[in-house]
Structures are given as C-alpha cells and as structure tokens.
Design a protein around this ligand. Structure first.
Ligand SMILES: [Zn+2]
Length: 252
C-alpha cells in the first residue's frame, strides 16, 4: 500500500465511522423519544384510571347528588315514600309539613340511608312534639329542619321521608343531611322521657323496615358533625340500650 492509498483508506474509514456514528445517534434519539412517548401515554392512562376510580369510590355523596338533581319523574333514583299512616305501632302520627319553598324545606328528593337520632335540647315547659310542629309549620324556624318529633304520647312529621332536611350539621352535601331521616326526641320537663325513648325506638324500627335499612344505619347526630346530640342519651350512656330496644321492635 503506497502512502497515497493509505491516506485515502484512513479518510474513507473515518468517513464511514462518522456516518455510522450519526446513524447510531439518530437511531438512539428516536428510540429514546419513542420510549418517552410510551411512558407518557402510560402515565396519562394510569392518571385517567386513578381519577375514574376516585370518582367511583366517592359514590356516597356525588352519586347522591346526581340522584337528587335528576328529574322527579325518574322515581327509581330516589326512595319512594312509605304508605301514609295515622299511627305508628299504636302511637298517633300527625303530618304537619313545613311549607314548600321555605328555608328548611329545599324539596330535594333523595335516597334514604340513615335514621339519625337527636334531642331537642329544649327543656322549657310545653315543648312537646306539637309545639315543635307549630314552629316548623310556620316556616319560621330558619334553615334548621328535621323529619319527626317524638314525645311521650305522639309523633309529628315535618318533612316527607324522601326529602332532604337540615339537621346533621354536616353541610349541604353531607351524608347525614342528604340521606338521613332526622328524629328529634323531646326533653320537655312534663314529659316522661322513658316513654319518649320507647316511642322513638318504635318509630326508628318502623322506618328501618319501611326503607329496608339495618340497625347499623341508626346513627346519632354526633356521628355526622361531632355535636353532643342526643345529649341526654349520650350523657347517660343509653345508646346501646336504644339500639337494643329498636331491635326488639324489628319484626324480621
Ligand atoms: Zn341533633
């Protein structure tokens, strides 16, 4: 090999190496890009799955909200109210509803999921169920509202069971307000609280059966917002006694 041929060979070899290097670099860049794109697609998908799962797992409130905002004609999406009765397990029931359109009666249809127990905390003489019913039916009780008031001899109903009331202090979308039937037990001084307690247990059992709920669906106001209510029952440690009494009135 003469000197000139050697020079050309080196030049050619260098050129070949350079071309190979450029080709290899381009291939490598393309590969990396493809991989990055694949990762991005994967991430996007998993983010999507994640979001979708969250929406599904958040079934309680958001689904509830969807139910309540559907047209009233699709009755399958909210609880159909129990038949009308004028007594519950022998206790007279008077229906005296809060006027439609007042603050305490938004008229929102919903699915019943809980029976929520309260006490009125009202220890003034004469503050039985009828007294509370008059106040609520006047539409002047502001936004606070509930479904039943029970005393030692009668029950008043203030809202249809399948309408939202504001009694749990857990907000407009809270599960207590959105899906609970609120029962207030009177603590009026002339009333016999043990009878009120017993009447409320009978009403609770009746509602559990009417809406195919279980004892686990009986809750205290406290469970939804931490308020010390039903105060007397909580103070005297009578909650388990109440649940047991409800159970004795369940027919199944
Ligand atoms: Zn309460």
């Amino acid at each position: 090999m003469n000197r000139r041929t050697k020079k050309y060979s080196i030049l050619f070899f260098t050129l070949f190496l350079s071309i190979m290097l450029v080709v290899a670099t381009v291939c490598l860049i393309r590969l990396v890009r493809m991989d990055a794109h694949a990762s991005a697609v994967k991430l996007e998908k998993s983010e999507g799955d994640h979001t979708e799962k969250e929406e599904h797992s958040n079934s309680g409130d958001s689904l509830q909200h969807q139910h309540t905002s559907r047209p009233l004609s699709s009755s399958a999406n909210y609880t159909v109210e129990r038949p009308k009765v004028d007594s519950i397990d022998g206790i007279p029931l008077t229906v005296d509803l809060i006027p439609n359109g007042s603050e305490g009666r938004p008229g929102t249809k919903r699915t019943v999921q809980y029976v929520v127990i309260h006490e009125t905390g009202n220890t003034d003489p004469g503050t039985g169920a009828s007294n509370h019913a008059r106040l609520l039916a006047s539409g002047e009780n502001g936004s606070t509202s509930w479904h039943y008031t029970v005393d030692d001899h009668e029950i008043y109903q203030h809202l249809p069971d399948n309408e939202v009331g504001w009694h749990c202090g857990d907000g407009r979308e809270g599960p207590g307000n959105q899906t609970g039937i609120g029962i207030e037990l009177c603590v009026n001084p002339e009333g016999d609280f043990d009878s009120t307690f017993d009447n409320a247990a009978r009403l609770t059992a009746y509602l559990l059966e009417a809406y195919e709920l279980t004892l686990q669906d009986v809750r205290q106001h406290y469970d939804f917002s931490g308020k010390d209510c039903p105060e007397q029952i909580r103070e005297q440690n009578r909650w388990e006694e109440f649940l047991k009494l409800v159970q004795t009135y369940l027919r199944d």
